[in-house]
Write a protein that binds this ligand. Structure first.
Ligand code: PAF
Length: 286
């Protein structure tokens, strides 16, 4: 069932809650791919009812980013959701979420601001205000849908860590379920922004996963020094790549690591032409 209005979702949620049903929420910006599908399937199998939100959230895009050209594929998204048994697709307009006239203005909106220590690094460094926008919209979605469980992909690992912190700090009664990255056979992590890549660009994009897989292999072979591990990346980079960051950080609080251990996540962001891609790997998991 496709719903555009907050009040209609609320009515359905009230009905489900009165029947004691559990509710799963999968927040998305649409352009759904197999990565999203795996999150949705997890929710459908774990919860009595599943809501997928599809909303290209304007306040998490920085000036000059791809808000206008972000892929919008509602018909295909609706079909994917129906095929896997989603109960509600919630696709509000920006006006429905933020009201008239002040979508991009801080003046008229109460924001949720995550701790500076979590946002002054990795993606937050170049995307100033991005995580305020993410936390604000996810908080609103939590208040509208009141889910028992919310499903987020590990592909956006900094986002996931920040949202866990938000839920903990604000005592939000929802359990966040992290879901593993889904990759093409080539290793490329699935992302809606892969739609911007030509076949040639896609080959260049393999550098991200190759760098991460190689770092993990070196770590498993006994190299623990993060500087030495970083150096293994350079042979995968060429003039088509613009490396934004390659960093080793703690899986819980994003503290920088000098010596890698089982609790270390390696984060990478790379631009190919104008397309910015991110990926990460946990050194602890098999
Ligand atoms: O990961 C995303 O797609 C978005 O950041 C989210 C969580 C749906 C909030 O707009």
């Amino acid at each position: 069932m496709l719903i555009h209005k907050i009040e209609e979702v609320r009515n359905k949620i009230r009905e489900w809650k009165s029947q004691g049903l559990t509710i799963g929420l999968v927040p998305t910006m649409g352009a759904l791919h197999d990565g999203h599908k795996s999150l949705i399937k997890k929710s459908v199998s774990k919860c009595d009812k599943t809501v997928v939100s599809i909303f290209v959230n304007p306040i998490q895009f920085c000036p000059g980013e791809d808000l206008d050209k972000y892929p919008r594929t509602l018909d295909a998204d609706e079909k994917l959701c129906n095929d896997v048994g989603v109960d509600i697709i919630f696709a509000p307009s920006p006006k429905e979420m933020y009201g008239e006239g002040h979508i991009m203005s801080n003046d008229f909106l109460t924001y949720v601001t995550p701790p500076f220590f979590y946002v002054n690094k990795l993606c937050g460094k170049s995307r100033v205000g991005h995580f305020d926008g993410v936390c604000t919209v996810v908080n609103k979605l939590f208040n509208i849908v009141q889910p028992d469980f919310a499903f987020f992909g590990e592909k956006d690992r900094q986002q996931l860590i920040i949202l866990k912190k938000m839920v903990n700090d604000l005592n939000i009664p929802v359990e966040i379920i992290p879901c593993p990255i889904v990759r093409e056979e080539s290793g490329l992590a699935l992302s809606s922004r892969n739609k911007y890549l030509s076949e040639e660009d896609k080959k260049e994009a393999l550098a991200l996963s190759k760098i991460l897989f190689n770092i993990k292999a070196c770590y498993k072979n006994g190299i623990k020094d993060c500087k030495a591990l970083t150096e293994t990346a350079y042979s995968y980079l060429n003039s088509n790549h613009s490396l934004e960051y390659l960093e080793f950080r703690d899986a819980n609080d994003l503290e920088e690591k000098n010596i890698a251990d089982e609790n270390t996540i390696v984060f990478i962001a790379l631009k190919i032409k104008n397309v910015r891609l991110i990926d990460n790997i946990s050194l602890g998991e098999l």
